[in-house]
Design a protein around this ligand. Structure first.
Ligand code: SF4
Length: 330
Protein backbone atom coordinates (compact mmCIF):
# COMPACT_ATOMS: atom_id res chain seq x y z
CA UNK A 1 0.00 0.00 0.00
CA UNK A 2 1.43 3.36 -1.03
CA UNK A 3 2.14 5.96 1.63
CA UNK A 4 0.44 9.23 0.63
CA UNK A 5 1.71 12.63 1.72
CA UNK A 6 0.45 16.06 0.75
CA UNK A 7 0.57 19.55 2.22
CA UNK A 8 -1.37 22.79 2.10
CA UNK A 9 -0.41 26.29 3.19
CA UNK A 10 -2.21 27.75 6.24
CA UNK A 11 -4.11 30.37 4.28
CA UNK A 12 -7.12 30.31 6.63
CA UNK A 13 -10.47 29.16 5.34
CA UNK A 14 -10.33 27.04 2.17
CA UNK A 15 -11.89 28.42 -0.99
CA UNK A 16 -13.64 26.18 -3.49
CA UNK A 17 -10.61 26.33 -5.82
CA UNK A 18 -8.33 24.58 -3.35
CA UNK A 19 -11.19 22.37 -2.13
CA UNK A 20 -11.87 21.07 -5.65
CA UNK A 21 -8.22 21.18 -6.75
CA UNK A 22 -6.82 19.25 -3.79
CA UNK A 23 -8.80 18.61 -0.64
CA UNK A 24 -11.81 16.83 -2.14
CA UNK A 25 -9.34 14.40 -3.67
CA UNK A 26 -7.55 13.99 -0.33
CA UNK A 27 -10.86 12.98 1.27
CA UNK A 28 -11.32 10.26 -1.35
CA UNK A 29 -7.71 9.09 -1.06
CA UNK A 30 -7.88 8.62 2.72
CA UNK A 31 -10.15 5.59 2.24
CA UNK A 32 -8.17 4.25 -0.71
CA UNK A 33 -4.81 4.69 1.08
CA UNK A 34 -5.33 4.26 4.84
CA UNK A 35 -2.78 6.21 6.86
CA UNK A 36 -2.48 9.02 4.32
CA UNK A 37 -0.59 11.97 5.84
CA UNK A 38 -1.84 15.53 5.32
CA UNK A 39 0.13 18.49 6.60
CA UNK A 40 -0.57 22.19 7.13
CA UNK A 41 2.77 23.54 5.98
CA UNK A 42 3.43 26.57 8.17
CA UNK A 43 7.22 26.46 7.67
CA UNK A 44 6.55 27.00 3.97
CA UNK A 45 4.24 29.92 4.75
CA UNK A 46 7.15 31.81 6.34
CA UNK A 47 8.67 32.38 2.90
CA UNK A 48 5.96 34.93 2.06
CA UNK A 49 4.78 38.07 3.88
CA UNK A 50 2.71 37.18 6.96
CA UNK A 51 1.50 38.49 10.31
CA UNK A 52 2.39 36.17 13.25
CA UNK A 53 -1.01 36.51 14.97
CA UNK A 54 -2.83 35.92 11.70
CA UNK A 55 -0.67 32.89 10.94
CA UNK A 56 -1.76 31.11 14.12
CA UNK A 57 -5.42 31.91 13.46
CA UNK A 58 -5.14 30.88 9.81
CA UNK A 59 -3.47 27.61 10.73
CA UNK A 60 -6.37 26.78 13.05
CA UNK A 61 -8.92 27.88 10.44
CA UNK A 62 -7.26 25.69 7.84
CA UNK A 63 -7.50 22.71 10.20
CA UNK A 64 -11.21 23.48 10.73
CA UNK A 65 -11.78 23.66 6.96
CA UNK A 66 -9.93 20.40 6.29
CA UNK A 67 -11.79 18.47 8.99
CA UNK A 68 -15.11 19.98 7.92
CA UNK A 69 -14.39 19.07 4.30
CA UNK A 70 -14.16 15.43 5.33
CA UNK A 71 -10.65 14.56 6.48
CA UNK A 72 -11.20 11.97 9.17
CA UNK A 73 -8.48 11.58 11.83
CA UNK A 74 -9.52 7.93 12.18
CA UNK A 75 -8.49 7.30 8.58
CA UNK A 76 -5.71 9.79 7.91
CA UNK A 77 -3.15 11.82 9.81
CA UNK A 78 -3.53 15.61 9.94
CA UNK A 79 -0.96 17.80 11.68
CA UNK A 80 0.91 21.11 11.52
CA UNK A 81 4.38 20.94 9.96
CA UNK A 82 6.27 22.96 12.61
CA UNK A 83 5.12 20.59 15.36
CA UNK A 84 7.43 18.00 13.78
CA UNK A 85 10.77 19.85 13.65
CA UNK A 86 12.45 16.92 11.88
CA UNK A 87 11.10 18.45 8.64
CA UNK A 88 13.67 21.24 8.82
CA UNK A 89 16.39 18.89 10.06
CA UNK A 90 16.03 16.65 7.03
CA UNK A 91 15.71 19.71 4.76
CA UNK A 92 19.11 20.90 5.97
CA UNK A 93 20.62 17.53 5.16
CA UNK A 94 19.06 17.61 1.69
CA UNK A 95 20.41 21.14 1.19
CA UNK A 96 23.89 19.67 1.45
CA UNK A 97 23.33 17.41 -1.58
CA UNK A 98 21.21 19.69 -3.80
CA UNK A 99 22.97 21.83 -6.42
CA UNK A 100 21.91 25.49 -6.39
CA UNK A 101 21.59 25.33 -10.19
CA UNK A 102 18.75 22.79 -9.89
CA UNK A 103 16.89 25.09 -7.51
CA UNK A 104 17.39 28.13 -9.73
CA UNK A 105 15.89 26.22 -12.65
CA UNK A 106 12.55 25.70 -10.87
CA UNK A 107 9.81 27.62 -12.67
CA UNK A 108 8.11 28.72 -9.44
CA UNK A 109 11.39 30.10 -8.10
CA UNK A 110 12.06 32.02 -11.31
CA UNK A 111 8.53 33.39 -11.26
CA UNK A 112 8.68 34.54 -7.61
CA UNK A 113 12.27 35.81 -7.85
CA UNK A 114 11.45 37.91 -10.90
CA UNK A 115 8.88 39.82 -8.84
CA UNK A 116 11.16 40.56 -5.86
CA UNK A 117 14.08 42.91 -5.38
CA UNK A 118 15.69 40.85 -2.64
CA UNK A 119 15.03 37.10 -2.90
CA UNK A 120 14.90 35.12 0.34
CA UNK A 121 16.97 31.94 0.57
CA UNK A 122 13.80 30.23 1.82
CA UNK A 123 12.15 30.78 -1.58
CA UNK A 124 15.08 29.17 -3.35
CA UNK A 125 15.15 26.26 -0.89
CA UNK A 126 11.37 25.79 -0.74
CA UNK A 127 11.42 22.60 -2.87
CA UNK A 128 14.17 21.11 -0.67
CA UNK A 129 11.84 21.43 2.31
CA UNK A 130 9.11 19.86 0.20
CA UNK A 131 11.39 16.91 -0.53
CA UNK A 132 12.02 16.58 3.22
CA UNK A 133 8.26 16.75 3.94
CA UNK A 134 7.63 13.84 1.62
CA UNK A 135 10.66 11.66 2.26
CA UNK A 136 10.56 12.00 6.05
CA UNK A 137 7.62 9.58 5.89
CA UNK A 138 8.96 7.54 2.95
CA UNK A 139 5.91 8.67 1.01
CA UNK A 140 5.83 7.15 -2.45
CA UNK A 141 2.71 8.85 -3.82
CA UNK A 142 1.97 12.57 -3.65
CA UNK A 143 -1.36 14.03 -4.78
CA UNK A 144 -0.42 17.22 -6.64
CA UNK A 145 -1.69 19.62 -9.27
CA UNK A 146 0.18 20.13 -12.55
CA UNK A 147 2.02 23.15 -11.11
CA UNK A 148 3.79 21.01 -8.50
CA UNK A 149 5.08 18.28 -10.84
CA UNK A 150 8.47 19.97 -11.34
CA UNK A 151 9.06 20.24 -7.59
CA UNK A 152 8.16 16.59 -7.19
CA UNK A 153 10.68 15.64 -9.87
CA UNK A 154 13.28 17.47 -7.77
CA UNK A 155 12.22 15.41 -4.73
CA UNK A 156 12.84 12.27 -6.79
CA UNK A 157 16.25 13.61 -7.79
CA UNK A 158 17.15 14.39 -4.16
CA UNK A 159 16.04 10.90 -3.15
CA UNK A 160 18.26 9.37 -5.86
CA UNK A 161 21.24 11.52 -4.84
CA UNK A 162 20.94 10.64 -1.15
CA UNK A 163 20.50 6.93 -1.89
CA UNK A 164 23.48 6.92 -4.26
CA UNK A 165 25.71 8.48 -1.62
CA UNK A 166 24.53 6.88 1.61
CA UNK A 167 22.45 3.73 0.95
CA UNK A 168 23.53 0.32 -0.31
CA UNK A 169 23.15 0.06 -4.10
CA UNK A 170 20.73 -2.86 -3.84
CA UNK A 171 18.65 -1.37 -0.98
CA UNK A 172 17.70 2.29 -1.60
CA UNK A 173 16.56 3.93 1.64
CA UNK A 174 14.26 6.64 0.27
CA UNK A 175 11.55 5.92 -2.31
CA UNK A 176 11.17 7.98 -5.49
CA UNK A 177 7.79 9.59 -4.89
CA UNK A 178 5.37 9.60 -7.79
CA UNK A 179 2.76 12.24 -8.64
CA UNK A 180 -0.89 11.34 -8.22
CA UNK A 181 -2.33 14.03 -10.45
CA UNK A 182 -5.44 15.65 -9.03
CA UNK A 183 -8.37 14.78 -11.35
CA UNK A 184 -10.13 18.17 -11.23
CA UNK A 185 -8.66 20.68 -13.66
CA UNK A 186 -7.56 24.05 -12.34
CA UNK A 187 -10.54 26.11 -11.17
CA UNK A 188 -10.57 29.64 -12.51
CA UNK A 189 -11.70 32.62 -10.44
CA UNK A 190 -15.23 33.95 -10.85
CA UNK A 191 -13.81 36.84 -12.89
CA UNK A 192 -12.78 34.19 -15.43
CA UNK A 193 -9.35 35.76 -15.89
CA UNK A 194 -7.04 33.84 -13.57
CA UNK A 195 -6.72 30.86 -11.27
CA UNK A 196 -8.98 31.19 -8.23
CA UNK A 197 -6.84 32.69 -5.49
CA UNK A 198 -7.31 34.89 -2.42
CA UNK A 199 -4.72 37.36 -3.66
CA UNK A 200 -6.80 37.91 -6.83
CA UNK A 201 -10.00 38.46 -4.80
CA UNK A 202 -11.93 36.12 -7.11
CA UNK A 203 -12.73 33.27 -4.74
CA UNK A 204 -15.77 31.65 -3.17
CA UNK A 205 -15.01 30.54 0.39
CA UNK A 206 -15.78 26.93 1.19
CA UNK A 207 -17.55 28.09 4.37
CA UNK A 208 -19.23 31.21 2.97
CA UNK A 209 -22.95 31.50 3.64
CA UNK A 210 -25.51 30.75 0.93
CA UNK A 211 -26.45 34.37 0.20
CA UNK A 212 -22.88 35.41 -0.22
CA UNK A 213 -22.14 32.47 -2.54
CA UNK A 214 -25.09 33.36 -4.77
CA UNK A 215 -24.16 37.07 -4.78
CA UNK A 216 -20.77 36.05 -6.18
CA UNK A 217 -22.08 33.40 -8.57
CA UNK A 218 -24.78 35.59 -10.12
CA UNK A 219 -22.45 38.10 -11.86
CA UNK A 220 -19.66 35.53 -12.52
CA UNK A 221 -18.12 35.64 -16.00
CA UNK A 222 -19.47 33.09 -18.52
CA UNK A 223 -18.87 32.38 -22.22
CA UNK A 224 -18.52 35.89 -23.77
CA UNK A 225 -20.28 34.59 -26.93
CA UNK A 226 -23.55 34.44 -24.98
CA UNK A 227 -24.41 38.13 -25.30
CA UNK A 228 -28.15 37.49 -25.72
CA UNK A 229 -30.11 34.56 -24.29
CA UNK A 230 -30.63 33.34 -27.88
CA UNK A 231 -26.87 33.17 -28.59
CA UNK A 232 -25.57 29.59 -28.35
CA UNK A 233 -22.50 29.07 -26.15
CA UNK A 234 -19.52 26.74 -25.85
CA UNK A 235 -19.63 25.13 -22.39
CA UNK A 236 -15.95 24.12 -22.40
CA UNK A 237 -14.85 27.78 -22.38
CA UNK A 238 -17.12 28.64 -19.44
CA UNK A 239 -15.96 28.40 -15.84
CA UNK A 240 -19.54 27.78 -14.69
CA UNK A 241 -19.62 24.61 -16.79
CA UNK A 242 -16.42 23.39 -15.10
CA UNK A 243 -17.95 24.11 -11.71
CA UNK A 244 -20.98 22.03 -12.79
CA UNK A 245 -18.56 19.20 -13.61
CA UNK A 246 -17.18 19.44 -10.09
CA UNK A 247 -20.48 19.75 -8.21
CA UNK A 248 -23.37 18.48 -10.36
CA UNK A 249 -24.27 14.87 -11.20
CA UNK A 250 -23.29 13.61 -14.68
CA UNK A 251 -26.83 13.83 -16.19
CA UNK A 252 -27.04 17.48 -15.12
CA UNK A 253 -23.62 18.21 -16.64
CA UNK A 254 -24.83 16.69 -19.94
CA UNK A 255 -28.01 18.79 -19.75
CA UNK A 256 -25.95 21.95 -19.14
CA UNK A 257 -23.79 21.24 -22.20
CA UNK A 258 -26.84 20.64 -24.37
CA UNK A 259 -28.88 23.63 -23.17
CA UNK A 260 -25.87 25.96 -23.39
CA UNK A 261 -24.86 24.98 -26.92
CA UNK A 262 -28.46 25.22 -28.17
CA UNK A 263 -29.30 28.41 -26.25
CA UNK A 264 -32.17 26.54 -24.59
CA UNK A 265 -31.59 28.47 -21.38
CA UNK A 266 -29.86 31.58 -20.11
CA UNK A 267 -26.78 31.79 -17.93
CA UNK A 268 -28.75 32.78 -14.82
CA UNK A 269 -30.88 29.61 -15.06
CA UNK A 270 -27.70 27.60 -15.52
CA UNK A 271 -26.14 29.26 -12.47
CA UNK A 272 -29.24 28.61 -10.35
CA UNK A 273 -28.93 24.89 -11.06
CA UNK A 274 -25.23 25.00 -10.21
CA UNK A 275 -26.00 26.85 -6.97
CA UNK A 276 -28.46 24.10 -5.90
CA UNK A 277 -25.84 21.41 -6.40
CA UNK A 278 -23.15 23.46 -4.66
CA UNK A 279 -25.46 23.93 -1.71
CA UNK A 280 -26.11 20.18 -1.51
CA UNK A 281 -22.39 19.57 -1.06
CA UNK A 282 -21.38 22.68 0.88
CA UNK A 283 -24.17 22.99 3.47
CA UNK A 284 -23.05 19.86 5.41
CA UNK A 285 -19.43 21.11 5.28
CA UNK A 286 -20.47 24.48 6.70
CA UNK A 287 -22.46 22.72 9.43
CA UNK A 288 -19.45 20.60 10.43
CA UNK A 289 -17.23 23.70 10.46
CA UNK A 290 -19.68 25.51 12.77
CA UNK A 291 -19.61 22.52 15.15
CA UNK A 292 -15.79 22.48 15.13
CA UNK A 293 -15.65 26.21 15.86
CA UNK A 294 -17.88 25.59 18.86
CA UNK A 295 -15.51 22.85 20.07
CA UNK A 296 -11.94 23.96 19.26
CA UNK A 297 -10.58 21.25 21.58
CA UNK A 298 -11.65 18.65 18.97
CA UNK A 299 -9.43 20.36 16.41
CA UNK A 300 -6.50 20.55 18.85
CA UNK A 301 -6.92 16.87 19.76
CA UNK A 302 -6.94 15.81 16.10
CA UNK A 303 -3.79 17.82 15.37
CA UNK A 304 -2.01 16.61 18.52
CA UNK A 305 -2.74 12.97 17.65
CA UNK A 306 -1.40 13.63 14.13
CA UNK A 307 1.77 15.20 15.52
CA UNK A 308 2.38 12.26 17.86
CA UNK A 309 2.05 9.74 15.02
CA UNK A 310 4.27 11.75 12.68
CA UNK A 311 6.98 12.45 15.25
CA UNK A 312 7.45 8.73 15.87
CA UNK A 313 8.06 8.09 12.20
CA UNK A 314 10.10 11.27 11.68
CA UNK A 315 12.41 10.58 14.62
CA UNK A 316 13.06 7.05 13.38
CA UNK A 317 13.85 8.38 9.90
CA UNK A 318 16.27 10.96 11.29
CA UNK A 319 18.05 8.36 13.44
CA UNK A 320 18.53 6.14 10.39
CA UNK A 321 19.57 9.02 8.13
CA UNK A 322 22.10 10.37 10.62
CA UNK A 323 23.48 6.90 11.29
CA UNK A 324 23.97 6.31 7.54
CA UNK A 325 25.71 9.70 7.22
CA UNK A 326 28.14 9.09 10.08
CA UNK A 327 26.54 11.55 12.50
CA UNK A 328 25.87 11.09 16.23
CA UNK A 329 22.35 9.77 16.87
CA UNK A 330 22.19 10.59 20.60
S1 SF4 B 1 -25.34 28.54 -20.12
FE1 SF4 B 1 -24.09 27.89 -18.41
S2 SF4 B 1 -22.32 26.87 -19.31
FE2 SF4 B 1 -23.29 28.10 -20.93
S3 SF4 B 1 -22.19 30.04 -20.92
FE3 SF4 B 1 -23.99 30.26 -19.63
S4 SF4 B 1 -23.28 29.79 -17.57
FE4 SF4 B 1 -21.77 29.03 -19.01
Amino acid sequence: MAQIFSGIQPSGELHIGNYLGAVKNWVQLQTQYPGAIYCIVDYHALTGPYDPQALRRRTHEMAVSLLAAGLDPAQCTLYVQSTVPEHTELAWIFNTITPVGELERQTQYKDKASRQESVLAGILNYPVLQAADILLYHADAVPVGEDQVQHLELSREISRKWNARFAPEDAPYFPEPKALLTPTRRIMGLDGSAKMSKSMGNTVGLLEDSDSVWQKLRPAVTDPARVRKTDPGTPEVCNIYHLHKAFSPAPVVAEVAEKCSTAAWGCIECKKVLFQHMEAELVPIRRRAAELREAPERVHEALAAGTARCRDVAQRTMREVKDAMGMMTS
